[in-house]
Design a protein around this ligand. Structure first.
Ligand code: SF4
Length: 278
């Protein structure tokens, strides 16, 4: 785990490289209330299940007034694909009811007239709405600089070593994000998490970040990590599932070796025992 200054520098470089790879992506345009319901549907389920359930909900109930007039069972039937559909149906219904009770209309447009802090607190006061959901609505619906941490962002930032496994991730990451880069960095970390840094077996050989990543660098002994930082090369001992091998790779080759899922550890030659060198 990096100190916060190092983590800030690392995240700035991560942002730069991911922007080179994916560009500055633009999110799909949704009304803030659509974003809120869509994000409630995404809690603890896959992106695919969320998209399917949301499309089914909108097909069955074209307006939020239609959803408000439906029974929990009818809503649950429409969002079955999302899992926990009865619980989610009740949550969506109570959120819509509360918005009408508090604001007299089924819309979140009034949030524009609040300060960012007030808008955040208002969203967090809704049942079942935590920081991830509130921040997605604020960032994508109102361009308010908040950094939502979903499952992909949480996994990638932990593997990179810019945040610890424990602790509230929004509080840890918010001060580390380069100014004004919340949206593209959020979307690009999701892209990386979906396509490369996947949950089960990260595809490190395809990743542009191995030299910045704790998950990869943990395989290198401390002396080798120091050499890499200093731009120096050395002979190394590579331990794979099928044996050990001595090599003298250049920097790019060494990063490829460290990214190889079959490699368990790599040591600088000076740390090898006499027996191993022989
Ligand atoms: S190097 Fe591997 S573990 Fe690290 S961010 Fe990339 S894919 Fe994930």
């Amino acid at each position: 785990m990096l100190a916060s200054m190092d983590a800030r520098v690392t995240l700035a470089e991560v942002d730069r490289r991911l922007a080179d790879l994916y560009g500055d992506p633009q999110p799909e345009q949704h009304e803030p209330l659509d974003l809120l319901v869509r994000t409630i549907l995404s809690q603890n389920t896959s992106d695919r299940n969320r998209d399917r359930a949301y499309a089914s909900l909108r097909a069955r109930f074209p307006t939020w007034e239609d959803v408000l007039g439906a029974t929990p069972q009818e809503i649950a039937d429409a969002i079955q694909g999302a899992g926990l559909h009865k619980q989610r149906a009740e949550r969506i219904l109570s959120v819509l009811q509360l918005i009408v009770q508090k604001q007299g209309a089924l819309s979140l447009d009034f949030l524009r007239n609040l300060t960012p802090e007030e808008a955040e607190q208002w969203l967090l006061s809704l049942p079942g709405v935590g920081k991830k959901t509130a921040y997605i609505v604020l960032l994508m619906g109102y361009a308010i600089p908040r950094f939502p941490v979903d499952t992909h962002v949480a996994r990638v930032t932990q593997r990179l070593g810019v945040r610890p496994a424990s602790g509230e991730p929004h509080a840890v990451l918010a001060p580390l994000i380069p100014q004004g880069r919340q949206l593209p960095l959020h979307l690009n970390l999701i892209n990386l998490g979906r396509q490369v840094c996947v949950a089960r077996r990260p595809r490190c050989p395809q990743c542009p970040l191995p030299d910045l990543c704790d998950y990869v660098m943990a395989k290198a002994d401390p002396r080798l990590r120091a050499n890499l930082r200093a731009g120096e090369t050395s002979a190394v001992l590579v331990r794979r599932g099928d044996g050990v091998q001595t090599m003298r790779p250049d920097r790019e080759e060494l990063l490829a070796i460290l990214s190889d899922p079959m490699v368990h550890s790599v040591e600088a030659s000076g740390t090898l025992s006499t027996k191993e060198v022989a």
